[in-house]
Design a protein. Structure first.
Ligand SMILES: [Zn+2]
Length: 418
């Protein structure tokens, strides 16, 4: 390929404004990363900026209501130091998950505390696309009414979707489990007059864990998202890794057994066919029909009907000591561990975060996962790796939606001045 066949890269050159914008972003990041009030003197110390520049930058961020003074602290002899924190009243984020069978919307303050939420169960594949979009917009209207009632400003709408996204245009390119393709969601929602960011659900959730969750301040980690299938978000060097077209992270479709079970993607033996929720339910239902799961079948919501078994019932039966169910989960833990060992060897992350429905199965999966990882990953790659559960469980994606907007504000607060 000749060099000219690639688009010309553009780098922004620096001037005085650029330096100020960078410094505003850096100071705001330090305050965000601290996760609690931080002394102004500490900010001066870690940033290396001089006191008067820091005072000037903080005054600006305060005028824009991104930060506030929250009190004083004694940091040694002399006057007490001022404490600075993110101002929760500085604005609101809308975080949304357009799921395969539900729509979930949260409204958060600037510190990502949920102040309002609503969820609608849908049956995505059976309903018309227009109907689901109208339901989503109805939730946006309700959330925006809340923002107005609280006399706040809306900073943006972040949306996680179960499919591939063209980031340049905010178009949902393909969502196999919804049966949607080429939906220009960002264009459709421009009319709300705030930035709208569309992202793959696993990537959004990974970002949420990175900015406010289990992997806060962790720059290299892998997020495993179990919904209908198994997706992944790769955080590498503090950034979501998207690959050439933004489609990286489809780790549920790495081949674990060349002649294994048929996968929805058309291939055989994908990781998802061993550890995805659909695979788990199939195996548990099989055991139930063979009469091996008396505890599970006697649960009131199941009423001896294997088709009624859901993941929460699987975990409940495991908790009550159902041997056959524990056996299935142990086997799932084994395959999860095998896949994670592969990922550790490839990416050398410092953390793996399990989200979605898998995050509920921690006690039954994690010991086996860790054993398998210890047995299989190269020792250099597995040393000091933490395997943890999502901080937000089923809210991981909506919190990621809010984080999509927060990330942009941290990147360039001056572009968001009121
Ligand atoms: Zn597959």
């Amino acid at each position: 390929m000749s060099p000219s066949s690639h688009p010309q890269r553009r780098y922004r050159t620096g001037d005085q404004n650029w330096v100020r914008e960078r410094n505003l972003s850096i100071v705001l990041r330090y305050i965000w990363d601290a996760g609690q009030p931080i002394a102004r003197a500490r900010l001066t110390e870690i940033s290396g900026l001089n006191k008067s520049t820091m005072g000037n930058l903080l005054a600006q961020l305060q005028a824009w209501r991104f930060v506030r003074e929250t009190g004083t602290v004694n940091v040694g002899p002399g006057r007490p130091g001022t404490l600075i924190d993110i101002d929760p009243a500085g604005g609101r984020f809308i975080g949304t998950e357009l799921g395969v069978d539900f729509i979930s919307v949260v409204l958060t303050d600037l510190k990502a505390n949920i102040v309002w939420r609503k969820k609608i169960d849908t049956n995505g594949s059976a309903r018309q696309q227009a109907e689901i979009i109208a339901l989503t917009e109805g939730l946006f209207h309700e959330a925006i009414a809340e923002v107005r009632a609280a006399d706040q400003r809306l900073l943006g709408i972040g949306v996680g979707v179960p499919g591939l996204v063209d980031h340049a245009t905010g178009t949902l390119l393909f969502a196999p489990n919804l049966g949607w393709s080429n939906v220009p969601l960002r264009d459709m929602w421009q009319r709300y007059g705030v930035p709208v960011i569309i992202e793959n659900e696993a990537n959004a959730a990974a970002l949420g864990e990175h900015m406010i969750g289990t992997a806060k301040n962790v720059d290299n980690f892998i997020y495993l998202s179990a919904g209908v299938g198994l997706g992944g978000g790769l955080m590498i060097g503090g950034k979501l890794y998207g690959g050439m077209g933004g489609y990286a992270g489809e780790i549920g479709h790495m081949t674990l057994a060349p002649d294994g079970p048929q996968c929805a993607c058309g291939n055989r033996g994908c990781w998802e066919t061993f550890v995805g929720p659909t695979a788990i339910l199939d195996r548990v239902r099989e055991a139930a029909q063979a009469g091996h799961t008396p505890i599970l079948m006697s649960l009131p919501e199941v009423r001896a009907d294997a088709r009624a078994i859901r993941m929460q019932h699987v975990f409940e039966a495991a908790a009550r000591g159902e041997e056959a169910v524990r056996h299935v989960l142990d086997d799932v833990g084994r395959y999860l561990g095998i896949g994670i060992a592969n990922l550790l060897n490839a990416f050398n992350p410092s953390m793996v975060v399990l989200g979605g429905v898998l995050s509920l199965a921690g006690p039954y999966l994690l010991p086996r996962v860790r054993r398998e990882v210890d047995a299989r990953a190269l020792s250099a790659a597995r040393s000091n790796v933490e395997i943890k559960l999502s901080a937000f469980k089923f809210d991981a994606c909506v919190m990621g939606g809010a984080s999509l907007i927060a990330r942009e504000i941290l990147n360039d607060p001056s572009a968001w001045k009121p």
